[in-house]
Structures are given as C-alpha cells and as structure tokens.
Design a protein around this ligand. Structure first.
Ligand code: AMP
Ligand code: GLY
Length: 435
C-alpha cells in the first residue's frame, strides 16, 4: 500500500515513538508498520495489539522526562502523539524547549494550540475571531452566575451547558427544562466536573445530523482525510448514556461534495489561517465535530487529535503511506503529498466491557482473536497477562471492515464479533442503522 517512495523524495528510514494506548494508536501503528520508511516502532504505553507491531514501552504518555530520555536512548526520529492529554499538558513544548530534544519532530500541537480542545471558551473565541460558523454562546464563571442564569432565560430549550475544561467526554449537558438548566449551571460552577466546570459555556442548541471531518496540517498547508460518523450512545437506536464511541462509519452518505466544499471554505481554510494569524504553533491532526443544520456546517467542537474509533475507519481508507505523510508534516511540506483514498466504505464495531460506560471489570480473558478473518482487529483496551490477552478498559476491541457498501462491510464485522468472547462482552448490533 503506497509502498513506492515518491520520485525525488528524500527517502530516509526512521524510528518512531507513538504515544497512547487505544484503538486509535493500534490503527496508527498498523498503518505505520506497512511503511518501507519505518525502521523501529515504539508505543508508549501501547496495548496487546500494538505489541504485535512494535515494542511497547512502559512509560505513561504524560511522563515527559522519561519520554525524552527514551527518545535519545533509542534514537527516535519522530514522535507521534495519539491522545489529547499529553498535548494539553505540553509534550510538544517540552520537546521544543529541551536543547537535546528540539530537533526531534513531534506530530501534535503546542499546549497553546491544544487549548482548542482543552478549553471550550478558547475554541469559541477562536471561531468568533475568525468568522467560523458555530452556535451562539455565553461564558459563565462564579462571578457572573446570575448573568448566566439570566442568559438562559433568553434562550429556547434545549439548553446546552459545557464544562470549559477536559471532562473525559462527560462535560456536556443537554437539558430540556429551564429550571433544571439553571440549577445544573450552578452545580457545574460549584464543581460538578471538578475544576473543568469552574467555567461553563452555555450554547445555543444546533439541530441537525452530526459528522466529523479530519484535517492534517503542517501549520501552513492542509489535507482532508475521509470524514466519518460515530455512534456515541451505548444503546441501540442511539439511546442511553454517551460513550467514547461504539462504532463508526466512513464515508458519511449525507456529506455530499457540495456540503464538504462548504466545510472546506467556511471552516477548514479559516481554521488554518487562524492558526497563523494567532501565532498558534500547530501541526498534526484537527478533528472537527460538525452539525449539518439545514445543509450548512456548524462547528460543535474541535479536537486536536484523531478520533477513536474514527481512526479505525479513516486510516483503513488511506492508501498513502502514513509515515511519508507525517514526515511531510514535520518538514512543513504537506503540500507535496498526494493523499490517495480508497473509495470503499469502512465500518467499525466496538466490543466493550459489560457495564461500560459506567463501572466495569477488567482482566477478563479474551478468546477467539485468532479466528477473525476478513476484518481488521484493533485493540482498544487490552493488555497481555502471561500468554493471555485480557480486557483492560471499557472499550476493548474495534473490528473494522472494508467493503463496497455498508451492509457488506458490516456483515464482516458482525460475523467476526461472534468469533470473539470475553465475560460480559457487549456491542451494538445496529451500527449504520440510520444510513
Ligand atoms: P462535545 O463534547 O462538544 O462534542 O459535545 C458532546 C455532544 O453534545 C456532541 O457530540 C453533540 O451531540 C452534543 N452537542 C454539543 N454541543 C451542541 C450544540 N451546540 N447543539 C447541539 N448538540 C450539541
Ligand atoms: N469518538 C470521539 C472522540 O474521539 O472524541
């Protein structure tokens, strides 16, 4: 796949250190491992899936000192950051500031750039400054709580309340009654989500269909990856609690060429231009959560990383060598790369631990992994315990399949789901039901 280096391209092989331990990182590792430009791959901390493709390193992705030492010892040529947490905490800035590390490229924005995900208010101000379409909003802190409550009175239900900071995907409340919205606003300011909700963004509620668009950027140039739609709720028919994602599909049937052109003109271009105008040091991925409201795109949120499970349907459709793409980002030469996208559909079905997204048990032995055929199996929350692969998270395995259409791809993922067993395993059997 994309294994021929482009003519005249500076063909250098490299050692890569990938940070993270989820399905996103297994999918990235799988894609990197196909590259003729990869020498050695290390994943910190990784999971049982990444261990089959490279070397797992027992360093947490926010232990910057240890990561720096490791990068020097193993002659790492590029660091790729999977999750948002180390970015928000400043892993890129740490490497840039350290004389011995500053020449090792990092794929992932500076802490300042990562505030696009780390602070909802920062993201809203960025969008407002750059004329990027998004819902109307008002920021509330302890000092202006009464004003915030008065603002709610001027709005129509439902009311959207968002914790400003990172709250593990739980910080957004959508509330139908005004009285409840007012009391929840106070509860958030009083610490319902800890310090993350000391500041709350009240937003107008957008009505439409959601999808996500993924942008690669070197800070100056950008390329669009295939779009995707995830299934966030735990229950069939999109019911029950929110999760990190129970499944995903790409492409998105309602994302017409016309709609995607609007996304590029109204959102992607001003976003990249905004990075430059604001002096935000940004490279890597921009994940844009969008609402299609009456045919027009509005930004719901920015994430400064790829999605999980979105990566598990996006990367299988990318034919171009990922290492080459990331190296072009590092060299600020992204415009020289041509992204080739597989026209096939890709779907993924997430196998999760019983109880997730609430309390669940870990350490359950997983069997039948060797029986999977015709799909890609990405480990999301697994670890090795002696000879066994055991569960180590809420989301355990993502089964991705390519096919000429969604039904044929889904058929493969569901057939393979039945080959795999662990105690209290759960999955949604209706991924793609609405398409
Ligand atoms: P976020 O963490 O910002 O992605 O929000 C989580 C979910 O809440 C989104 O995926 C949407 O389904 C929903 N949501 C967030 N903001 C809005 C909004 N302004 N209008 C409607 N739904 C929203
Ligand atoms: N699947 C949603 C996310 O990665 O944020």
């Amino acid at each position: 796949m994309g294994s021929q280096p482009q003519a005249g391209y500076n063909f250098i092989k490299m050692n890569i250190l990938l940070l993270g331990s989820g399905g996103r990182e297994h999918a990235m590792a799988w894609k990197m491992a196909q590259s003729p430009r990869l020498t050695r791959l290390f994943v910190a901390p990784g999971n049982a899936g990444t261990a089959q493709l490279g070397t797992n390193v027992a360093i947490q992705s926010d232990d910057f000192e240890a990561l720096g030492r490791f990068a020097l010892e193993e002659k790492i040529d590029m660091v790729v950051v999977g999750p948002e947490d180390p970015l928000v905490k400043g892993v890129s800035d740490f490497f840039r500031a350290e004389p011995s590390l500053k020449n090792i490229p990092i794929i992932g924005p500076s802490a300042k750039g990562a505030r696009l995900e780390g602070s909802k208010e920062f993201a809203k101000e960025f969008m407002q400054r750059h004329g990027i379409p998004t819902a109307r909003y008002f920021t509330v802190v302890k000092e202006n709580l009464a004003e915030g409550q008065a603002y709610l009175e001027t709005m129509k239900a439902p009311y959207v309340l968002k914790a400003d900071g990172l709250a593990a995907g739980k910080g957004v409340l959508i509330i139908h009654s005004l009285e409840e919205a007012k009391s929840e606003l106070k509860a958030m300011i009083d610490g319902k989500f800890g310090t993350a909700s000391a500041k709350v963004v009240i937003e107008e509620c957008l009505v439409g269909i959601e999808l996500s668009v993924f942008v690669l950027t070197d800070g100056r140039h950008y390329k669009l990856l295939p779009e995707a739609k995830d299934y966030k709720r735990i229950g069939e028919g999109d019911t029950g609690l929110n999760t990190g994602g129970m499944g995903c599909v790409s492409p998105v049937p309602f994302a017409s060429t016309e709609f995607l052109a609007k996304v590029e003109e109204r959102i992607v271009k001003p976003t990249i231009a905004g990075f430059q105008q604001d002096g935000l040091d940004y490279n890597g991925f921009v994940f844009i959560g969008l609402m299609n409201q009456g045919g027009d795109p509005y930004v719901i949120e920015y994430n400064v990383r790829m999605g999980d499970p979105e990566t598990e349907v996006v990367l299988p459709r990318l034919k171009t060598d990922l290492v080459e793409v990331l190296d072009a980002i590092a060299k600020k030469q992204l415009h020289t790369v041509n992204l080739e996208i597989d026209p096939n559909a890709c779907v993924t079905v997430m196998l999760v631990s019983g109880g997730y997204p609430e309390a669940y048990e870990k350490g359950k032995i997983i069997s039948g992994l060797e029986n999977v055929q015709g799909s890609l199996l990405f480990h999301a929350g697994t670890s090795l315990q002696g000879e066994n692969v055991v569960t180590n998270g809420g989301r355990v395995l993502a089964i991705s399949s390519l096919g000429p259409d969604f039904p044929s791809a889904l058929k493969k993922s569901y057939a393979n789901a039945q080959q795999i067993h662990f105690d209290k395993m759960n999955y949604r059997s209706d991924i793609g039901f609405d398409l």
